[in-house]
Design a protein around this ligand. Structure first.
Ligand code: MF3
Ligand code: CO
Ligand code: CO
Length: 283
């Protein structure tokens, strides 16, 4: 049974025990460490299939399990979302061509200036660690760099709103106001989620909202915050592979994700980068 101790709120959100934080830290740390090690694999000419192969290897070597292999038919240890791919990009699949590109892309090879999100979820001793961050192949364009910076800062503003007594609407509002103040848009079609001994649990963590609305945060809640921010319109479309989500207007998109827990007086980030590499390194 899923965590027999503890309770579930009227919104279906599990309240975990103080002793459960250690398990989340172990899982989160491994996911973050893998994303640290992935940094060296990102360069023009690299294929997304090879990146995923290495991630699969790292999870195996750590004695952990991939949460995504076999999840609803998904067959990879990571999602790799390049340029205008919003999320759930499939490693090894042809990179879709975006607005500012000429010619068709015919393979899964990174080009100079590509920005990409890599999302990894691992299971360690039954606990789930889910995190994603942005990388650059070569040197990013200034507008891509700004998009990644704003998305990163929006996530961190959301995390700053995590404390008992605040609401999920407060988190969404903090994220949305930061992105929209920079004239960028928040994707509505995907959200963060509760997690713990399960991958996706209540609540839906929206990356937009009004202060004071939504469920009240309580100590012991575990969830992800994973805003997707677009340079253009917020609308998305899923490709015929049933996974890859792209921006409808083919504008660039970025995403960062942390798994967090609510503590007595604030927030505990489970997926902090051991090497301090969460923020993308530019150029
Ligand atoms: N890690 C993603 C998330 O943040 C979920 C990926 S599910 C997959 O929730 F099947 F696409 F891998
Ligand atoms: Co997630
Ligand atoms: Co994720």
């Amino acid at each position: 049974m899923d965590n027999p101790r503890g309770r579930v709120t009227k919104d279906g959100i599990r309240i975990h025990e103080p002793g459960d934080f250690a398990g989340m830290h172990a899982a989160g740390r491994l996911a973050a460490r893998i994303l640290d090690d992935v940094a060296a694999l990102i360069f023009p000419g690299q294929s997304t299939e090879e990146i995923d192969r290495r991630i699969t290897q790292m999870i195996e070597e750590a004695g952990a399990t991939s949460a995504t292999i076999g999840y609803r038919g998904y067959q990879h240890a990571s999602c790799i979302s390049v340029n205008h791919v919003v999320c759930h990009g499939i490693p090894g699949s042809k990179i879709p061509k975006w607005k500012n590109e000429t010619g068709n892309r015919t393979d899964d090879t990174l080009k100079d200036g590509d920005i990409l999100n890599i999302d990894v979820t691992v299971i360690v001793d039954g606990w789930y660690g889910d995190t994603s961050r942005m990388y650059v192949a070569g040197k990013p364009k200034p507008y891509a760099e700004r998009l990644m910076q704003v998305t990163h800062d929006a996530l961190m503003k959301g995390i700053e709103a995590v404390r008992p007594g605040n609401t999920f609407g407060d988190i969404g509002h903090a994220i949305q106001s930061h992105a929209e103040a920079q004239r960028m848009s928040i994707v509505r079609d995907f959200c963060g989620h509760g997690l713990g001994r399960v991958f996706h649990a209540p609540p839906n963590v929206l990356h937009y909202g009004r202060p004071g609305t939504g469920p009240v945060l309580e100590e012991g809640m575990f969830f992800t915050i994973e805003p997707m921010v677009n340079l253009g319109r917020p609308d998305t479309r899923v490709l015929s592979d049933d996974w890859t989500a792209i921006t409808r207007d083919k504008s660039l998109s970025a995403q960062f994700e942390h798994s967090v827990g609510v503590t007595a007086d604030g927030v505990d980030i489970f997926t902090l980068s051991p090497a301090g590499l969460f923020h993308p390194t530019y150029g």
